[in-house]
Design a protein around this ligand. Sequence first.
Ligand SMILES: [Cu+2]
Length: 133
Amino acid sequence: MTKASRSPSAARQLGWVLCALMSASLAACGSGEDRSSTAVGAGSPPARPPERSAEIVIADYMFVSAQIEVKAGAFVGVTNRDGVDHTFTAVDRSFDSGPLRQSQTGVVQIPTVGTFEFICSIHMHMRGTVKAS
Ligand SMILES: [Cu+2]
C-alpha cells in the first residue's frame, strides 16, 4: 500500500541542463540517468544449462546406475569415464547423446512418458533403462 512518490525530476533536469551547457554542441552527455537511453540489445540472455534430473556414468563398458527413473522432459547427464568412445542412445532413438569421448558429459532430454531401453550404439551389449513418468 505504498504510494509511489514522484521522482525529483527538477534535480534531474538541472543536471541535464548543466551537462548540456558544459558540453555545448558536443552532445557528449553520456550520464545514464535517462533510462530510455539504455539501448535494449537484440541479444538474448545467456542460455542456462539445463538442470539435470539424473546422472549416469559409463565405466568399464557398463552404464553405472543403468536403471533410472525421471519425469518426462527431464534432462539426464551421461559422463564417459572410459578411454574409448561410448554413446547413450535409446533403442527407439528417442534420445541419443552421440559419441562421448573420455571425461566428456552429454546431456539428453527424455521426451515423453514411457520406458526407454538404452544402449551404447558402439557397444550394443551395454544396456540400461530409463523410466519416465
Ligand atoms: Cu560404448
